[in-house]
Structures are given as C-alpha cells and as structure tokens.
Design a binder for this molecule. Structure first.
Ligand code: C2O
Ligand code: CU
Length: 509
C-alpha cells in the first residue's frame, strides 16, 4: 500500500498554515502532579479480570484562563485508567469506541496473541461509522494522506474485547492507539494509559510501594489559542527546532500525567518512578537539578521488560519515545525544603522543564524501602544459538520525494511480511538507521548485544522492547519469540514516522 501524500504537506522552512496562533502558555510548577486512577475490574469471574473502557471525547482544563482542551480519552481521562495485572492472571479489556474516529488498542510491551495485539487495520469502528470517511474530518489541519484507504482487517462495530494472558514478568507497560496511518494524532489527543504487570518476585523486594510507586507519563504537546491540542504543531518557543511534520510532531509544553510542568511534594524517602516517554517525537535527557552530593540520583531498577539484574545508578537518563525507565530516587539525600527540578537537557535553548519535586520539611517520614543489590535473574539469550540473522534498515523514503519513511526500502503494507521467525528459536536482528529512530518490536522483548559494533550502551540493559538509535547507528539484538503465531509488527516509535510508513509485519510461526 502506498501511503499517498498531497502537496499540502509541511516541508522544512514552510510552516505556512501550521503556524496557527497559540494559547498563552501556563506557568510552570503550578499544578500538582495527577496520578492516573487505577481501573477496577467490572468482574473477576473465572480467574480473569474483566475491564471495560469507553473511548470517548472529554474536556479537560489543562491551561489557565478557563480554556478547555478537548481530548480523545480512554474512560474520560488522559492518561487513561491504569490497569494493574498480576502475572499469570489473564485480563480482558472490552473497549467501546464512542469517538468519531476508528480506533485500535495496542498493549505496548504485552506478550499478546495476534488477534488482541492491535493489528493496525483491525479497527473498532464507532457505532454507525462504516468506513474511514470521517477520519480526516476528525482531524482538521492534518495535512496528509488525502483519499487514503486502508485494506480491510478484522473490523468490529462499536467495541472489541482484547485478551491479555499476562504470562510475562512484572513490567511497566502502556496501552495506546495504533490505527494505521493515524497513531500520531490518536496518541497526541490523549489515547494512552499505563498497564502494569506485577509478580511475586517483584513484590518480595523491599522497593518503594504504595503512594511512593508513581507512574510518570511524559508527553509534549502544543496548544492552539482556543486551548485545543494543536496537531501538527509548528515550532514555537523552541527556536532551535526546525523539524517539521515529516520529522515528527513536537510540542512546546511538557505534560506529566497530563498536567503541564507539574509539581509533587515528596517525603525525605525513596520513591519509585515508572517513567514513560509517551511523546510522539521527542527524546529527553532527564536529570535532577540540583543533583545530590555524590550523584547517581536516578537509580535504574527496571527497563521496558521489567527488573534489571541489578540496580544501575545514573546521573541522567536518555529516554526515547515509548521507552520505560523504572528508577528509584532517594529524596533523603536532599535537605528538607529543597526544590528539585526534573529537567530535560535535550531541550533546545538550554535545559527544559519537566516537573518539580518539593522535599517536605516535616520530619518522621518512615521509609523501610531499599534497593537490593540483586534485583532479578535475567537469562542471557545465547548468541551462539542464534540460527538466523536479519537486517532492518530504517531510512527515509528513496523515491525522490523523500516524503515518507521505510524499513528495508518498503513502506507499510499490511500482510507484506519482512521476516518469518520460528517460535522458540533465538534470532539475531540488526537494526541500522539513517537518522534517529526509536525501534520497537511487538510480541517479545529483546536483549541488546551490540551497539555500533561495540558493547551495548548504558541504557541498553535488561529486556528491551524499544531501542533508541541515533543517526547512522546500528544495533544487534537477540530475540526469541514464543507462544503466539501470526502477524506482528516492528516499527519506528516516532509516531509520525510510523504513520508515514516506517512499520513492517513479521510473521511468527
Ligand atoms: Cu507502542 Cu506498535 O507500539
Ligand atoms: Cu523513525
């Protein structure tokens, strides 16, 4: 399938109508950090937790001055409700689509059978909508894919129930929209939420828990003058950024759990933060400011696929789109009353704000948590047992227009498979990039064994499902798919790259 592009596409240096007027930006550090509500199962019959989520429009007040931001939501909030699943206990989620666009739900990081994995043409149509006709109308200003039609997948009317076996390690997963060609706008407008898997191994560790175990969904957005999310967003207040839509959509406000540059009061105690970069196209280099004496403030305990073998302290963390870093921060290393900013060193024009912690001056905050020296056992996949090596080149479309993105020269075509791995066998996958691409593989996580021909990087530890590759980088990973046969996806998690073709099927059997 060729994704067609009209001539009204934004090109670098040609922002044109994309530069609509903007809302007055909110002041930073005014809003308390919201914590997404944990979903309650509608029933727990037969050893399975059954959830029901209605996808629907909702209005939020994210900005000062009474402006309203219309959202597309899971259950009325952005982020959507957090689903907490226990390893080995299956979950179903019945999604009802009351939006004015088709939707698809993918559980990112889920070890999920094909028919519940959110294949991008397996649409949930809103009741009464027959085709993609309304799709473009629902996104005024979206400059692409005129007349695009999707091949017909397993389309359902009104709702669809996804089944998640939960046969996987404890990990911070997330769910988000995944409609072919329209994932960027779907997530941008609010279709994202956390899905945590817990297990006994993790529960036995003395890590911070309860209200000191906090998910942080970081996502940049831009606002139009009327308060609505502006998509695509043109560079604004971010003078170093000249990237246009082809390079992904950036925002000029950083939301954490849906709130602009929020604040959190913390005890002088350890906290676990499950950091997710849910941005469409922005990478962050996160650092606490000030750093505590001795550094190493961000103690990483987990990555995309759950606990690391042992904790790894970082001064800063580079996090690409869709990656998760589970970190423990010990605020007892700060004096009472200290204000600690979480900053993004990758923001152009100097460190950008993300959020701010205020260390309470009240004494007596009990803390019996600690970070054990050994967290988990990670079975290394044996490189020697890899029988197949496959290479995937992620690059700009080479057809002369350059208006698209490809894997091995192909843009996305449902049903055209780029690899046919056998279940249970270890394979070596090589990824090569032209520019920055965060590369994501569905079905099973992988282990990074080389980056640019050398050792893996400091953020490559543990089980990963997304690897952050910068310009002209390469990586080798070992992967062993298991349990579920059928078509799955690998793609770039720059959501605009994904929408513009940088996605492929692999077929497991
Ligand atoms: Cu987070 Cu295929 O996606
Ligand atoms: Cu990309």
């Amino acid at each position: 399938l060729g994704i067609g592009f009209g001539k009204d596409i934004a090109r670098p240096g040609q922002p044109g109508s994309l530069l609509a007027s903007r809302a007055k930006l909110p002041a930073a550090y005014q809003v308390p950090l919201p914590i997404p509500a944990v979903a309650r199962p509608a029933s727990t019959a037969g050893g399975t937790d059954h959830y029901a989520i209605t996808q629907r429009p909702a209005n939020a007040r994210l900005l000062p001055g009474g402006l309203v931001t219309p959202l597309w939501t899971y259950g009325g909030t952005f982020p959507g409700p957090t689903i907490v699943a226990k390893r080995g206990r299956p979950v179903t989620v019945a999604h009802r689509n009351e939006l004015d666009r088709p939707s698809v739900v993918h559980l990112h990081g889920g070890h999920t059978p094909h028919d519940s994995d959110g294949y991008p043409i397996d649409l949930i149509m809103p009741a009464g909508m027959k085709d993609m006709g309304g799709m473009h109308d629902s996104m005024p200003g979206m400059p692409r894919m005129p007349g695009m039609t999707l091949p017909k997948g397993d389309v359902t009317q009104g709702s669809r129930t996804y089944s998640y076996p939960s046969q996987q390690r404890a990990a911070t997963l997330w769910y988000h929209d995944h409609v072919m060609g329209f994932t960027g706008p779907g997530v941008w407008h609010g279709l994202a939420g956390f899905h945590l898997v817990t297990d006994d191994e993790e529960a036995a560790l003395p890590l911070p828990r309860g209200d000191r175990d906090i998910p942080l969904m970081i996502a940049d957005r831009s606002f139009a003058a009327d308060g609505s999310f502006q998509y695509p967003a043109a560079p604004h207040g971010d003078p170093g950024v000249t990237r246009s839509w082809i390079n992904g959509v950036l925002g000029d406000v950083v939301l954490v759990n849906g709130a602009p540059w929020p604040t959190l009061e913390v005890d002088r105690a350890r906290y676990r933060f499950r950091i997710l970069n849910a941005s469409n196209a922005r990478r962050y280099r996160l650092q606490l400011d000030p750093q505590p004496a001795g550094g190493g403030a961000l103690v990483q305990i987990g990555s995309d696929g759950g606990l690391l073998d042992r904790p790894r302290p970082h001064d800063r963390i580079d996090i690409a789109q869709a990656e998760r870093f589970d970190v423990v921060v010990d605020f007892s290393r700060y004096k009472p009353g200290t204000q600690v900013e979480l900053r993004n060193l990758f923001a152009s024009g100097g460190p950008g704000k993300v959020m701010r912690f205020t260390v309470r001056s009240t004494s007596g905050a009990a803390d019996d948590s600690r970070v054990p020296a050994k967290l988990s056992a990670i079975e290394p996949l044996a490189a020697g047992s890899a029988t197949v090596t496959r290479s995937f080149l992620f690059q700009r479309k080479g057809d002369g227009t350059g208006m698209g993105w490809t894997i091995n020269g192909e843009d996305y075509h449902p049903g055209r498979t780029l690899a046919a791995p056998r279940l249970g066998r270890v394979e070596r996958w090589r990824f090569v990039t032209d520019v920055h691409h965060p590369i994501h593989v569905h079905l099973d996580p992988f282990q990074v064994v080389a980056r640019n021909g050398a050792s893996p990087g400091e953020y490559d530890h543990g089980w990963k499902d997304t690897i952050d590759l910068r310009s002209a980088e390469s990586a080798e990973v070992l992967v062993r798919f298991s349990d579920y046969s059928g078509r799955f996806l690998l793609h770039c998690h720059n959501l605009e790259h994904e929408d513009m073709g940088m996605m492929a099927d692999f077929t497991a059997s």
